[in-house]
Design a protein around this ligand. Structure first.
Ligand code: SAM
Length: 394
């Protein structure tokens, strides 16, 4: 006799390109169990070994012979060839081309779900050919697919981060996972006016300006060195108004507990933690996906329009081997209660932006045609003056 009172078996997960486990941590929070991790970068491996003890960890996907029998396969494949911060060799670039190994492994596997995360630029790259490749590989394997661009702020973290979440299945309907929730964009009134994030490395053509939030934490920059964005605290005392959050703050902005990437220090220099955190999936995003994989909802087709091949990829779409549609949903599946930037970043500990960085950024800003509040420019000037003063003798 079947035991009708027994709890349902938790869904099992194989995490490919696992990084520091942002996907797997969120799926775990939703009640799933990771059975295999695949990650070849040593600092990331150190983090995974620490937080997922006992879970087999394979290094190079190119030598992974087969997938275990799991319900969910996740693959946040490398975006260095796709993102604006990285190179743009495209989906067949050396790093992003690793995704072809996912398809080789899927030839001989039957997971219920495949979950992929990647940068927004994936939709536009090579005039859409990167997405066309992904979608047509899934269609060739008989999968239905759906994707949606989401903003991490929907999970309540004060980080503006747009990422594509892609879900595919041979047996289930991915629309019930990705499109069942739509809360719409947060109203302006959700954001406070006491702190603003920006990229101090920019200032010519963009600022990365974000109210009550930081701009996207990046795994790399044009210079190849991942660095923290900065923030302006409007009412702070001079010398404390322009600061950079610490790595532990960045971990919280990505939904991880503070100190999550500390185990990487066994294998790498501290700066690597920025790359690990910047590469990761915001944990609240994967927790939402996990909840919906376990309990898909209803998809409301209102507003969807047919998507002919070769059209620009919209911010949300779905398809089968026979048809493709653009879905009318926002970047905001939910609106979890918002954690304000000043409630997350430990401003007493956040280092002030250096004189050199402040002066360089302010100079670029003044020469640019960008629009910014005059009070911000004044605060930068004052901060640079304060940083130029000799430190008081103790
Ligand atoms: C965009 S990151 C994934 C981040 C991850 N989803 C997270 O939440 O931390 C891509 C990861 O793929 C890993 N990777 C790249 N090539 C690989 C390969 N051949 N085998 C295994 N892992 C690889 C990189 O080291 C990197 O950590």
């Amino acid at each position: 006799m079947p035991d009708l009172d027994a709890a349902p078996r938790p869904l099992t997960v194989a995490g490919l390109f696992a990084g520091i486990g942002g996907v797997e941590l969120g799926l775990k929070a939703a009640g799933m169990q990771t059975k295999l991790l695949c990650e070849w970068w040593e600092p990331a491996q150190a983090v995974l070994e620490h937080h997922f003890p006992g879970v087999p960890l394979h290094d190079d996907i190119q030598t992974l012979k087969a997938l275990p029998d799991v319900d969910v396969v996740t693959a946040g494949f490398p975006c260095t060839d796709l993102s604006q911060a990285g190179r743009t060799a495209g989906i067949h670039g050396e790093a992003s081309g690793m995704v072809k190994h996912l398809f080789e492994l899927l030839e001989d596997a039957s997971p219920r779900w495949v979950v992929i995360e990647n940068v927004r630029n994936m939709l536009a790259l090579d005039r859409g050919t990167a997405m066309e490749y992904l979608v047509s590989e899934f269609e060739r394997l008989g999968y239905r697919w759906a994707y949606r661009l989401v903003d991490s702020r929907f999970t309540g973290v004060p980080q503006r981060r747009q990422r594509v979440i892609f879900v595919a299945s041979r047996t289930e309907d991915p629309r019930g996972v990705l499109f069942a929730d739509d809360a719409g964009e947060r109203p302006e009134s959700d954001y406070r006016e006491d702190a603003f994030g920006f990229y101090w490395t920019e200032g010519n053509t963009g600022l990365g300006w974000a109210q009550d939030a930081l701009p996207t934490l990046k795994g790399g920059s044009g210079l190849g060195i991942p660095s923290s964005p900065a923030m302006w605290i409007r009412d702070a005392e001079p010398g404390r108004a322009i600061v950079t959050p610490r790595i532990e703050d960045a971990e919280v902005l990505q939904g991880f507990p503070r100190g999550w990437t500390e185990p990487a220090l066994k294998r790498a220099k501290p700066g690597v933690r920025w790359k690990l955190v910047g590469n990761a999936v915001t944990v609240g995003v994967s927790r939402w996906v996990g909840r919906r994989l376990l309990t898909p909802g209803e998809y409301d087709e209102t507003g969807q329009i047919i998507l002919p091949k070769g059209m620009r990829w919209p911010t949300a779409a779905w398809g089968t081997p026979d048809e493709r549609w653009a879905a009318a949903v926002s970047l905001w599946p939910e609106r979890s209660s918002y954690q304000h930037l000043l409630d997350v970043v430990d401003t007493n500990e956040a280092p002030p932006l250096s004189l050199r960085a402040t002066a360089g950024f302010h100079g670029r800003l003044l020469r640019s045609r960008l629009r910014y509040p005059q009070a911000f420019s004044d605060a930068l000037k004052l901060h640079a003056e304060r940083m130029a003063e000799p430190a008081p003798v103790a």
